[in-house]
Design a protein around this ligand. Structure first.
Ligand code: CO
Length: 285
């Protein structure tokens, strides 16, 4: 067994997106702060409705997947194909934008805490122009497994937790993502096999942890090096973190805002298609 050591720590940057929703961006805060095939990771967390009420009004995507995981709060999703879903605390929306979608993501509460994550996961060239699909996954469909000192909720992929195989409800055929939400009690540790084929990172959203050499503080992401297992220890306050892993695509990435393609010509095509309204109907484009 080879333990994956932390190879790089990525600080998150306070920013805003949509109609002014305040968030912290770790992956995607610069063009070099990416871990193929993960493009971006935002955490939004606020007790102040002024920070989130304006939400994310209608906007397009092409060429990748967005994964929204709500910890606290309640979000309404609507898209131009007539899909509508209400995302509740503990639930996930897995949207494969493919060749194009226009959607809105709007908080459905006027007070209290709104907290969650949005991850952007790239699609391989062969799948970038597939029809858009999306899936709402309620909290009760996400398996939770306890181990000594903590627990894992598995949103996507397959893991062996304490010798027991667990499969999350979401999947993507080429990148084979593993998306786990992990809680560690004070000073507890996790020793978790993770396939060698996958690039991996963590994002700490409460507490702190360490791989024995490199500490990772709250609101930091850490890239994990090569190996087939993860061994991490929480600090005295415990830790809550996302563990993300997927098979790298090793393809060129050209991003322009909400479009992520393989070439500049494909980005220009995306802008023309969007302006011509070709993201508007399933039959178009
Ligand atoms: Co969006």
């Amino acid at each position: 067994m080879t333990i994956r050591q932390i190879s790089r720590v990525i600080d998150s940057v306070a920013t805003s997106d949509g109609a002014g929703v305040k968030l912290r961006r770790s992956l995607g805060s610069s063009a070099t702060a990416r871990v193929d095939p993960f493009l971006m990771l935002d955490e939004f967390y606020s007790d102040n409705p002024d920070d989130y009420l304006a939400g994310f009004p209608a906007h397009p995507h092409r060429g990748f997947e967005t994964v929204t995981y709500i910890l606290d709060g309640h979000m309404l999703h609507e898209d131009n194909f007539g899909n509508r879903g209400e995302l509740q605390a503990g639930g996930v929306q897995w949207m494969t934008a493919g060749r194009g979608i226009v959607h809105s993501e709007m908080p459905q509460q006027s007070e209290g805490r709104m907290r969650g994550f949005q991850l952007w996961l790239n699609l391989p060239a062969q799948d970038k122009m597939q029809p858009a699909t999306y899936r709402d996954i309620p909290a009760e469909q996400i398996p939770r497994r306890a181990f000594s000192g903590g627990h894992i909720r598995l949103i996507a992929g397959e893991l062996s937790v304490d010798g027991q195989s667990v499969t999350g409800p979401a999947a993507s055929p080429v990148t084979q993502p593993i998306y786990a939400d992990v809680m560690l009690e004070s000073d507890a540790r996790i020793d978790q096999p993770l396939p060698e084929s996958h690039a991996a990172l963590i994002y700490v959203y409460e507490g702190s942890l360490s791989d024995g050499q490199t500490p990772v503080a709250v609101n930091q992401a850490a890239v994990l090096g090569a190996g087939d297992a993860v061994a991490l220890q929480a600090g005295g306050q415990g830790a809550r973190f996302l563990l993300l892993a997927a098979v790298p695509l090793n393809e060129p990435v050209v991003q322009y805002g909400p479009f992520v393609m393989n070439s500049r010509a494909e980005i220009e095509q995306a802008m023309r298609d969007y302006q011509a309204g070709h993201f508007g109907h399933a039959a178009a484009g």
